[in-house]
Design a protein around this ligand. Structure first.
Ligand SMILES: [Mg+2]
Length: 326
């Protein structure tokens, strides 16, 4: 997609983004690159062996991880924004937040360069909780392969999701982002009613609450910022496309969802009310760069069709021992 890595790097140094206006996305190294083998060395042989391995392979670029295509698509949108207006300040800005020490981080920097990724900042921090830097950098979305990181970020009020290493299909240039509804864009209030009172109870609740907008979910802030990017373009020529794919039925539970989006001023290009049907088939048609959901079965369905997935954990307050197997 990015033709010439060199020109990208030069371009980025010329067009320094304004951190106050940019839409900042922070990714960890294990979200953007495939570091499974290296992580295994870290876990089984310890930090020193890991650092040695990374130094010995300094010029050997890492393979793409699950969030790679998303970051590449974000760069494509930047390119389109600058073509439209060379003075554009409101661009995507990608930073890498890593628990690597600077001496093992060289491979990360080299890999980003060789893949032509436009990363404005590399932060190699050894703190127990590196998410304390997210607010300072004005981060609006944080993607990590570490559940604790994600929970810490969510507790700081930052849109965040958990990335698993997976096989992905190469999507199109146009940045496509799919959001689940309940417990992702919206709060989990209806989920809770559903768990307590079943489907009938949830439908009755939604009817009685039809004119009351739902609460904010963990990804709402990011979705609003993404929507502003989307709105810079006409629908036909937009390099950004947003989707809602929810298990809700349109007939019984669609109205409140649509009213809530309207109330927030959040324009979603396409909405699919699946009435409990599996999401995999529709996701495989949309071919998004990232799909946010709080349900492991939905994440699994997306992984099965090669769609890059990000879990928004809804049980952070618990110790978070839950594991996903895929
Ligand atoms: Mg949900």
């Amino acid at each position: 997609m990015m033709a010439d890595p060199e020109s990208t790097i030069i371009n980025s140094s010329v067009k320094q983004k304004d951190p106050k206006e940019a839409l900042v996305i922070a990714v960890t190294t294990r979200a953007i690159f495939n570091l499974e083998k290296e992580h295994e060395i870290f876990l089984t042989k310890g930090k020193d062996e890991y650092v040695k391995h990374q130094q010995a392979n300094e010029n050997n670029p890492l393979e793409q991880g699950t969030a790679f295509a998303f970051i590449q698509a974000v760069q494509f949108v930047n390119k389109r924004l600058l073509e439209r207006n060379p003075e554009e300040k409101r661009l995507f800005d990608v930073i890498v937040l890593s628990n690597n020490s600077p001496e093992s981080g060289m491979r990360i920097i080299n890999s980003a360069k060789q893949h032509g990724l436009e990363i404005s900042k590399f932060c190699f921090v050894s703190d127990e909780d590196s998410t304390q830097y997210l607010k300072t950098h004005n981060v609006k979305l944080f993607l990590s392969a570490d559940r604790k990181d994600v929970c810490n970020a969510l507790q700081r009020g930052i849109s965040a999701a958990l990335i698993f290493q997976q096989e992905i299909q190469a999507p199109t240039n146009q940045l496509r982002v799919v959001f689940d509804g309940d417990a992702v864009l919206f709060s989990d209030e209806t989920d809770r009613v559903f768990r307590e009172k079943g489907l009938e109870g949830a439908i009755a609740y939604e009817k009685s609450m039809e004119s009351v907008p739902m609460g904010e979910g963990p990804l709402k802030t990011f979705a609003l910022h993404l929507g502003k990017m989307r709105n810079k373009f006409d629908r036909e020529e937009s390099p950004v496309r947003t989707y809602l794919v929810t298990a809700r039925s349109g007939r019984d539970m669609g109205i409140r969802a649509i009213k809530t989006l309207r109330e927030w001023g959040l324009v979603i290009d396409e909405a699919f009310f699946m009435d409990g049907a599996p999401k995999g088939p529709i996701l495989s048609m949309i071919q998004p760069h990232i799909f946010f959901d709080d349900g492991l079965h939905n994440i699994q369905g997306a992984v099965d069709v090669g769609v890059p997935s990000a879990l928004v954990p809804c049980d952070c307050s618990k110790d978070g021992k839950a594991h996903i197997t895929m």
